[in-house]
Design a protein around this ligand. Structure first.
Ligand code: ATP
Length: 281
């Protein structure tokens, strides 16, 4: 397959640099990749796999496998994969790191307009995935990277799956982000684009609250009762009311009652225009 060939790269073209962070499978390093076609030197992030036996290797590489087919300005870009031991996944480097940490560090200088821009960018990435029938399942600020102060990228496709129409992905993993999850995901491990919409709502809440932990006052085991009693996250003070009203629609108990990502892109763009006009006055 074409995408496969394009993504196989050679280790001699990669220089491994300092450790950036700890991933689920192993350390993530910074580095440089020398492109064959153009000779260009591209700053990269290199995911390594510590104990890479065959079934672990398959899981590790499944994230890259999904990313090979994705091409969107607000989704982390895969550069290539080295499939022989030690296995590496090479991605474009986003030097400002995780959005969660960035929000905390930059909270004094970030404006509501910038936060709204991030929300719209992530929403457009998710509308793109919606069009591909792909569910992400782990939408949170810890899984978004900051490329520039004006550009964020959705990453971490470790839990993503393609789903057939009408179908849903039934998860078996126990490492689930309960406080971000829709009621049907908690109750029945049911994951669909509609449950991604719920999670996106929680992620937007995180963004406007400068990376507060959703439901930090609850234990994981208490969350579902609260949701079923109708309790929802409150409006962060920086969140415009029009956006909070969208969030409450993302948190409709019934999945069918939630908006789609393409509808959300339209609504968020409209709100952004109105907010910008207010600014001008
Ligand atoms: P987990 O499943 O625990 O989220 P993971 O295996 O998916 O881990 P990541 O969270 O994607 O690993 O990566 C670990 C850390 O490496 C991140 O927190 C981030 O700081 C850094 N990192 C990963 N990818 C990039 C990138 N493309 N650019 C810059 N930093 C990155």
């Amino acid at each position: 397959e074409k995408a496969d060939e394009k993504c196989r790269i050679s280790r001699v073209d990669v220089v491994l640099g300092r450790i950036l962070g700890e991933g689920f499978f192993g350390e993530v390093h910074g580095g440089v990749y020398k492109s064959h076609g153009t000779g260009e030197r591209i700053p990269v992030a290199i995911k390594t796999c510590k104990v890479c036996l065959s079934d672990v290797k398959e899981k590790f590489l499944s994230e890259a496998e999904l990313m090979k087919n994705l091409d969107h300005p607000h989704i982390v870009r895969l550069i290539g994969v080295i499939e022989v031991d030690p296995v590496w996944i090479v991605m474009e480097l986003y030097e400002h790191g995780e959005l969660g940490k960035y929000l905390v560090e930059q909270q004094d200088i970030l404006t509501t307009e910038t936060l709204s821009l991030y929300c719209l960018q992530i929403c457009s990435a998710l509308a793109y995935l919606e069009g591909l029938n792909m569910v992400h399942r782990d939408i949170a600020v810890r899984n978004i990277l900051v490329a520039t102060p004006e550009c964020v990228k959705l990453g971490d496709f470790g839990l993503s799956r393609y789903i057939d129409e009408q179908e849903y992905y039934k998860a078996s993993v126990s490492r689930l982000p309960i406080k971000w999850m829709a009621p049907e995901s908690i109750n029945f491990r049911r994951f669909t684009t509609a449950s991604d919409v719920w999670m996106f709502g929680v992620c937007v809440w995180e963004i406007y609250s400068m990376a507060n932990q959703p439901f930090f006052w609850l234990e994981n085991g208490e969350v579902i009762n609260q949701l079923e009693a109708g309790v929802r996250l409150h409006k962060p003070s920086l969140c415009p009311s029009a956006i909070y009203s969208l969030l409450t629609s993302c948190w409709a108990y019934k999945p069918q009652a939630r908006p789609t990502f393409s509808q959300l892109v339209c609504s968020l763009s409209e709100i952004k225009k109105i907010e910008m006009k207010k600014e001008e006055r």
